[in-house]
Design a binder for this molecule. Structure first.
Ligand code: GDP
Length: 173
């Protein structure tokens, strides 16, 4: 099996508030062959949201983006797959919800995006951003150690899926 890549996925607050959207997106993640390496529910505070979206600080939509991201809990996942970064972005669809609904209605943003701000999900856009974003939001998770010690089990699918925590654990047996 080819090497696995890691990406950071966020299900944004309006998804967590709607059990149907949450369940449907989780189902899509699993049916698209992503493994969930880390998983947590997390409410962004102002400081973390601003650090996370620092590159957008001069954009017209920055304030509404920070207000939205701090408005309630999000789900954060570290996802593993071959070519995970691009595959997750393909599954999410275009950034702009209305474009997604028109051009790619089957994507996550096409189905669950409510507006350009409330566009359902986030995904890292490069290996460098994935490392930075995972480092910020999962400070105890060591990407290098994961590749060295755990990737093998994920590649060989020696895993148990914990439904309740929405995470894959290694089956060392
Ligand atoms: P992404 O990588 O596809 O999430 O897109 P960006 O990194 O360009 O933007 C980060 C986030 O800012 C997006 O996911 C949206 O929530 C928000 N955003 C981006 N462009 C716009 C816009 O034109 N209007 C509004 N209201 N929000 C935007």
């Amino acid at each position: 099996m080819p090497p696995l890549e890691l990406t950071l996925a966020i299900l944004k607050p309006h998804v967590i508030k709607n059990p149907h959207s949450l369940a449907s997106i989780r189902k899509l993640i699993l049916s698209s062959h992503f493994k969930v390496v880390q998983s947590k529910r997390f409410t962004f505070n102002d400081e973390i949201a601003k650090r996370f979206y620092n590159e957008h600080k001069d954009k017209f939509f920055y304030n509404r983006l920070i207000t939205f991201m701090t408005s309630g809990p999000s789900d954060l996942y570290v996802l593993a797959r071959e070519n995970a970064i691009q595959e997750w972005r393909n599954l999410m669809g275009p950034t702009k919800a209305y474009k997604a609904q028109y051009d790619d209605p089957e994507t996550i943003r096409g189905q669950f995006g409510l507006s350009d701000t409330r566009n359902a999900t986030h995904g890292s856009d490069s290996a460098q951003s994935a490392a930075k974003e995972i480092g910020l939001l999962f400070p105890d998770f060591d990407i290098i150690k994961w590749h060295d010690n755990e990737e093998y089990y994920f590649r060989s699918n020696s895993l148990i899926f914990c439904c309740f925590d929405f995470v894959h654990k290694i089956n060392y047996k």
